[in-house]
Every structure is written in C-alpha cells, then in structure tokens.
Design a protein around this ligand. Structure first.
Ligand code: SF4
Length: 271
C-alpha cells in the first residue's frame, strides 16, 4: 500500500533546485519537456545525439563562448542557446558556489559543474528517458538505485541489506525513500538504496541468465548524468529522476532532507 505523500515543500540546493522560485517542481518538468520537444523536432533522437551532447558538455570553456556567439550553423550552439535562458531559474546558486570552491576540489567533476553544463545535463536526462524508457520497461529484471540522502533524517533508518544492496524497511511515512520504494515495487522494479552493490557484476549475472536488465537511477543532476552515461556505454537501458536539489554531505558537509517529484516518477513508469 502506498503511504500518504511526505510533506512536499521547496528545497534549495547548493547549486540547483527544481523548484526554482516556485512552490512546485511541475514548472521545471513542463519546461524540460517543451525544450526536449523543440530539440527533437530539429534533431532526431538517436544515441548519436546523446553522444554529441555528452562531448559538447565536456568542453566547459567553450560553452560560454557558444552562448555568446549563438552560431545558427552549430547544432550544439543552437541547443545551448535554446535551453539556457529557460533553465537558468533552476541553477541560480552555481556561480556563487564555484567562486568559493577550493582549488583542491576542482578535480571533482560534480562539484565543479558549470551552469551551462547543468542545463545540458538536464536535457540529457530527459532525452535519455525518452530514448530508453520503452526498453527499460520491457526488461526482465529492473532495479532502481536510490541515494541514501533521500531518507528521513528525523528517524533512525531501519533499512537493511537484502540481496544486491540495502532496502527500505518502511519505518517512516514521511520518508521519500519509502514512498519511492513503494511506487517502484508496484511497477515490478526492485528498489535499492545504493551503498556499494556491484552493479556491473549484477548486470553480468542477469545477462548470463539470458534475462534482460534495466536500471532506474535517482541522484543529483551531475551524478545521475554520469550514471546514465555509464549504463548507456554498457548498453543497459537506463532511465532516471533527478533529486529536487543537491543537499548531501558532498555539497554542504552535512545532510539536509531532500525529495524527488513522485508524480514524475509515476509518469515516467507509465510512459
Ligand atoms: S522509511 Fe525506509 S529509507 Fe526511510 S528511514 Fe525508514 S527504513 Fe530508512
């Protein structure tokens, strides 16, 4: 049985928040869908497009230049100029974060993600979902990997190792991990709190048994994008939902409660 929805209040992240300056995340999801529709209207949605966006987003210095120049003959410049003005309202804290990031942490690609990269990652997540959701839903075995920062920090989490990794024991009705786990189970997806389970090995065993395998990821935007790329490279159908903000110890030095949009998770699984 699905518990009542945990309190859904705006959360602000170190660099981004899908609430923007509103009380809901529906504006973000409407915006990213409209932008993705516009982009696939001018570029066929293929693995090649995904690779183009991946390569383009890795050149952070060029991204700012591409924004300024706005070259109509450069496909990636066109895409960036289309998405950037709309998505900026969700990434307002990126520049102040980067200004205070110590040199010693610049090696961490997640912490050093630029504003333009965030916008391309948001698009990449939406396009990856469109490209792979059909294959994911048809997979014989489907797992979801959730971050432990989605748990309810006001209770002592009772999650425990079960099979591949940790699973929620449903101790708190106010926990997004609990709510997401129940939605996932209802769709025959095994929900795991990812604490170090070996995903590559699991994929290998499953495929060895001649069963197809799919992954659903939940993580902050840079982490989710990276995980989706790893799956795509290994030909594993992957879909995902970003955390509503980045609020874990990596970003703040301590944990703050976080959320995902459960309606968007349901919509994705009914696609
Ligand atoms: S509901 Fe699940 S994930 Fe949330 S605190 Fe309890 S056991 Fe942990």
């Amino acid at each position: 049985m699905k518990p009542s929805l945990p309190e859904y209040v705006p959360v602000n992240g170190k660099t981004y928040s899908l609430f923007g300056d509103s009380g809901s995340t529906s504006g973000y999801y409407e915006a990213i869908k409209i932008l993705a529709n516009r982009i696939v209207a001018i570029n066929p949605l293929t693995p090649e497009l995904m690779n183009n966006i991946k390569q383009f987003s890795s050149k952070k210095r060029n991204l700012k230049k591409c924004l300024k120049i706005n070259d109509p003959d450069n496909k990636m410049s066109v895409i960036l100029n289309l998405i950037d003005p709309i998505l900026r309202r969700y990434t307002e804290n990126v520049e102040s974060h980067l200004k205070t990031l110590p040199l010693s942490k610049l090696w961490d690609f997640r912490l050093a993600t630029t504003r333009e990269q965030y916008h391309l990652y948001m698009l990449e997540i939406e396009l990856t979902n469109r490209l792979y959701v059909g294959e994911f839903l048809k997979a014989d075995r489907k797992i979801a990997l959730m971050p432990y920062c989605l748990q309810d920090f006001s209770v002592s989490c009772k999650s425990a190792k079960n099979g591949f990794d940790y699973q929620c024991r449903h101790c708190s009705a106010g926990c997004f991990q609990n709510h997401a786990s129940l939605i996932l189970e209802a769709h025959k997806i095994e929900p795991y709190i990812w604490m170090g389970g070996n995903m590559k090995q699991l994929a290998k065993y499953t495929l060895h048994e001649r069963r197809t395998f799919g992954v659903l990821g939940i993580a902050c935007i840079p982490e989710l994008t990276n995980g989706m790329r790893t799956c795509r490279k290994s030909n594993i159908p992957v879909i995902g939902i970003p955390l509503n903000a980045n609020r874990c110890v990596r970003w703040f030095g301590e944990f703050f409660p976080n959320s995902i949009d459960p309606d968007e998770l349901e919509k994705l699984l009914k696609a």
